[in-house]
Design a protein around this ligand. Structure first.
Ligand code: NAP
Length: 245
C-alpha cells in the first residue's frame, strides 16, 4: 500500500513514522517547503506545492497512491480543501488527522474570534503589549491595529524579512515551558495573547502562563474542514491504515 501523508506538524511526523513501521505500507511524507530545517520522518519525503487541487490529482495518479492522510495543521485550510477535492476526483480514501482543539478552563479569559481580521478588530484601542504567536503568514494584517505594541514570536522570519513596525521580535521554535512563558510574558509586560487553537501539548504552556498572569487571551477559531472522516489519535489513524491495507 502506498500512502501519502500531507504533513507540516510534529503530529504528522510522528504519524508518518508510525505508518512507515506498518508491514506492507510505503509512506511518502509531503511538506509545503516553507519551513527552514523542518522536522522530517524516517520515510520517503517530498517538498513543495503540487499546483492546486488539479496538480495534486495528477500527482496522486502518476505516483499510484492508494490513500491520503491530511495531517496538515488545523489552520492550513487551502491544502485541506485541495486534498478533499483531489481525492474525490480520483476516488481515493482520505482521512483528516487532526488533534482536538484546546478548551478554555475556569479562570481563563478567552475571547473566541472567527479569524485573523477579527482578532485585529478585537485589539482596537489596546494599550498593553500584545503577544502574537500566530506564525508569519498573516502577520502583516496586524499592521492595521494602529498604535498597539506587539511582541511577536516565530520560528523563522517572514520570507520578505519584514515584521510589524511596532514590535519586539523573538525567534524561537521551542519547546516552550510554563515557567519560560510566564517569565517571557512578565518580562515584556504582556497584557494580551493572540493564539490559534492548535491543540496538543507542544504550545499549551503559553495558555497556562497567561491564565496564571491574568493575561487576556484572544483565540482565533479553526477554519471549517471539508466533509469527511476526522481522527485525532495516532493509534486510531494507524488502525484506519491497517483496515485499508
Ligand atoms: P495552506 O494555506 O493550506 O496551503 C497553501 C499552499 O501550500 C497549498 O495550496 C499547497 O500548494 C501548499 N501546501 C501546504 N501544505 C502542503 C503540504 N503538506 N505538502 C505540499 N504542499 C503543501 O497552508 P499553510 O497554512 O500555508 O501551511 C503550510 C504548511 O505549514 C502546511 O504543511 C501546514 O501543515 C504547516 N503549518 C501551518 C500552520 C498554520 O498556522 N497555517 C502552522 C504550523 C504548520 P499547492 O496549491 O501548490 O499544492
Amino acid at each position: 500500500m502506498k500512502l501519502l501523508i500531507l504533513g507540516g506538524t510534529k503530529d504528522a511526523v510522528d504519524l508518518a513514522e508510525g505508518a512507515a513501521g506498518l508491514p506492507g505500507v510505503q509512506v511518502i511524507y509531503s511538506l509545503a517547503g516553507v519551513t527552514q530545517n523542518p522536522n522530517l520522518p524516517n520515510c520517503g519525503v517530498r517538498q513543495g506545492g503540487f499546483g492546486g487541487a488539479a496538480g495534486l490529482q495528477d500527482y496522486l495518479n502518476a505516483e499510484t497512491f492508494d490513500a491520503v492522510i491530511d495531517a496538515t495543521h488545523p489552520y492550513a485550510a487551502q491544502i485541506a480543501r485541495n486534498a478533499s477535492e483531489a481525492c474525490a476526483a480520483v476516488n481515493l480514501p482520505r482521512l483528516k488527522f487532526l488533534r482536538p482543539p484546546w478548551t478554555s478552563q475556569i479562570g481563563e479569559k478567552w475571547e473566541a474570534v472567527a479569524d485573523i481580521p477579527a482578532a485585529v478588530a478585537a485589539l482596537a484601542g489596546e494599550e498593553k503589549r500584545v503577544f502574537l504567536t500566530i506564525g508569519v503568514k498573516e502577520l502583516a494584517t496586524f499592521e492595521q491595529a494602529a498604535g498597539v505594541p506587539f511582541l511577536v514570536r516565530y520560528i523563522h522570519p517572514p520570507k520578505d524579512g519584514g515584521s510589524l513596525t511596532n514590535a519586539e521580535v523573538i525567534v524561537d521554535r521551542g519547546p516552550y515551558t510554563v515557567d519560560g512563558e510566564r517569565e517571557l510574558m512578565a518580562k515584556h509586560d504582556v497584557g494580551v495573547l493572540v493564539s490559534k487553537n492548535s491543540g496538543g501539548d507542544g504550545a499549551s504552556a503559553k495558555l497556562i502562563a497567561a491564565r496564571e498572569l491574568g493575561v487576556r487571551v484572544i483565540m482565533v477559531d479553526r477554519p471549517a474542514l471539508p466533509a469527511g472522516e476526522v481522527i485525532g489519535r495516532q493509534s486510531d489513524a494507524l488502525t484506519w491504515i491497517r483496515e485499508l491495507n
